[in-house]
Design a binder for this molecule. Sequence first.
Ligand code: MG
Length: 393
Amino acid sequence: MTGNLKNLCLLGSSGSIGRQTVDIIKRHGGYNITSLAVNSNIDILEGQIEEFKPKKVCVYDKEKAGILASHLRSCSTEVLSGMEGLLEIAGDPDNDLTVTAIVGMIGIRPTLAAIEAGCDVALANKETLVTAGHIIMKAVKENKIKLLPIDSEHSAIFQCLQGKYGPDGDYASWSGSPVVEKILLTCSGGPFRGLSYDELKTKTRDDALKHPNWNMGNKITIDSATLVNKALEVMEAKWLFSCDVDKIQVVIQPKSIIHSAVQFVDGVIMAQMGVPDMRLPIQYALYYPERLPLDCGRLDLFDLHKIEFDKPDYDTFKGLKLGIEAAKTGGSICTVFNAANEYAVGKFLERKIGFTEIYDIIEKCMLNHKNIAEPTLEEILEAESEAVETAAK
Ligand code: MG
């Protein structure tokens, strides 16, 4: 801590979550932004450096890091690059909170470095728990840090669990808790809700990029259309809340008004409702356990009239079924599911494959994989390359 301010390391500061994090801190204060990292967007980073004067920044792209360093000659901010740079800023023991808003499996090692440095982590990087949940959660427990969810559904579940922790008092774990019966993970159903598999086959990149409720990056918008995102979120919830996959029920709620819910043993369901706005989960993680004002829209229940629910169509949206199977099995198959999807979505965005071929690729890669129950970081990376190789064939 510096004075009354907590030291914040923000990984992925130029992306949508990163920029919203910065805006929230400008509004509510409480943090000294001491380090920032981007993949390659040095224009946004330069503005942030000017504004917050961080000690260190990391640009993952080495060439871009060089360009930035030449711009910053007269400034005291140190410019680092690559994975070494990410690990150096994330592993600084002076950090109080690290926000991990970088996309992809590249987030695993910096997240682990932050946890091992005894720093709380606000997690907006799904792949970290999806692929290395067993390693991350072990480190969270050993280092007694808080792992705060930024994913909106997981934030909702976390909010519903306040005051109802497991018997061990572990804030994020209700494993064996006598009070929680199941998690209701809500899902908008995406733009293709209600379509048949044959209709799904004809959908193009432009159709898939029109999400009804949320405005997000391209990769996650496609994942929301295939419902693969929901499968990844099942894996995320399994680790975050130490719960069996069969206690997580996916519920379609088309307007994204209920962000998720928890059902307790007395039959009570507690849900978190509100307008869909990512600033809420980000702000809740940054200032947990405080609840601060937010100038987002307000839900008018009279305007809303009703809330609809539906069961997911697992036969049409095969990616959800495959992902839940992987989540139940656990181990390196989850990395394969994630990596095959990432590859396939890339090809779909390049208009090289059709929409349902995303599912075909995931399925082939999963069938081809020999599962490792508790993979090491190295084995996780191997499973990733294997999946990409199979997918490319
Ligand atoms: Mg989500």
